[in-house]
Design a protein around this ligand. Structure first.
Ligand code: ATP
Length: 368
């Protein structure tokens, strides 16, 4: 039976290091929830706190409305999948999956049925009699998933489960995890530092930084509406142009920058006038034109300084006034490249400019 997971003002310290700093999050029943962030940001500590391997110094952990602080890991009914699979190498696939059930008093027939069901869901039934050291990395990860699922966990915890696989297998296993999650419907918490894994799989994600939650949201929301510079820079690539918020005209916010006024329709009137802000503009949102476009807002003269052709995309570095350098990405480039040294005019739609506070946030927010 899948549960909701709630962390309320959870803090965990290791000596002087504050690995989790007043973290609050609410994970819905059946949700595939990601913890994403750079190395050392606290995501594994968060996962291990949910599993019960760590006790928080303060704050509460609830599964539905049951307080889990102090409940030992084996009483939490969580299934865990590790990066290194953690299978018994000389046991068969069947024995590895059965292992989790041996400590529970379950009769032999039901045990067999559940092991075969778990192997079926990860499509490893045909390998039941192989020892796990005779399996590929992807197959071992499937067995590790089956072993976690067989106990019918309330919460499935996945700690960088795909990082030991090569790029092609990672893609295949991503699809598999999505399928298995939607079939099993178990509340799942997935730790990764790989943003494409999170963007492609998550129902929602928490982006963490330095023990705190920088933003929580659905992938599209986090990518298109980052709440701060850290999230904008960590999820995908972006350009920042610093400036001063000079107010809104009702529909749009206006930012005075060294290259001129920039109009944004994403976050208007939220900042106080005269306050320092930063405009975040994704490389793919910058359009390169040979001549000015009539009536288009956010047009600036630029010079191409370098060009990298990558087949499906082309990356340009652009020099603007006042030493401002921007990166632009052109999808589906044609035969003709615009060579370095060329003068161009760039434009950006106001809906592609996100106005952010200039400083990094210091507290968690946007927990929904
Ligand atoms: P990674 O992606 O590298 O695994 P992470 O985001 O999972 O990083 P954590 O492992 O949660 O980060 O670590 C958060 C902070 O707590 C780090 O500064 C780390 O050094 C520290 N830390 C984690 N576990 C311990 C421990 N058992 N003892 C001491 N410090 C720890």
């Amino acid at each position: 039976m899948s549960v909701e997971v709630h962390l309320q003002h959870t803090t965990k310290r290791f000596g002087d290091v504050v690995a989790l700093n007043d973290v609050s999050l609410d994970i819905a029943r059946g949700e595939l929830f990601f913890l994403l962030g750079p190395s050392g940001c606290g995501k594994t500590t968060c996962l291990r706190t949910i599993a019960g391997f760590y006790q928080p110094d303060s704050g509460q952990l609830l599964f539905d409305d049951r307080l889990m602080n102090g409940v030992p890991p084996h009483r939490r009914n969580t299934g865990m999948v590790f990066q290194n699979y953690a299978l018994w190498p000389h046991m068969t696939v069947y024995q590895n999956v059965e292992y989790g059930l041996n400590v529970r008093r379950i009769d032999a027939n039901e045990k067999k049925m559940r092991v075969m069901e778990a192997l079926e869901i990860v499509q490893m039934r045909a390998y039941a009699d192989r020892t796990s050291n005779q399996l590929s990395g992807g197959q071992q990860q499937r067995v590790a998933l089956a072993r976690a699922l067989v106990i019918q966990p309330d919460v499935l915890l996945l700690d960088e489960p795909l990082s030991n696989l090569d790029a092609k297998l990672r893609l295949e296993m991503r699809r598999e995890i999505k399928r298995i999650h939607s079939e099993a419907g178990i509340t799942s918490v997935y730790v990764t530092h790989d943003q494409t894994e999170a963007l492609s799989l998550a129902d929602r994600m928490a982006v963490m930084n330095d023990g705190e939650i920088a933003q929580i949201g659905a992938p599209r929301e986090v990518y298109n509406m980052p709440s701060n510079r850290f999230v904008a820079g960590f999820i995908g690539e972006t350009n920042f142009i610093d400036g001063k918020f000079v107010g809104g005209n009702g529909r749009e916010g206006v930012v005075e920058t060294p290259i001129g006024r920039i109009y944004s329709s994403v976050i208007s009137d939220k900042h106080d006038p005269e306050v320092a802000v930063s405009c975040s503009i994704r490389p793919e949102a910058i359009h390169i034109n040979d001549t000015p476009i009539q009536d288009a807002p956010n047009q600036f003269a630029a010079k191409i300084t370098s060009l990298t052709y990558l087949g499906n995309i082309e990356e340009y570095m652009l020099q603007l006034d006042q030493g401002i350098e921007l990166k632009a990405v052109l999808h589906n480039p044609g035969q003709e490249a615009r060579e370095p040294g060329r003068d161009v005019v760039i434009d950006v739609r106001p809906r592609d400019v996100v106005v952010l506070p200039a400083d990094q946030p210091t507290t968690s927010f946007n927990a929904s």
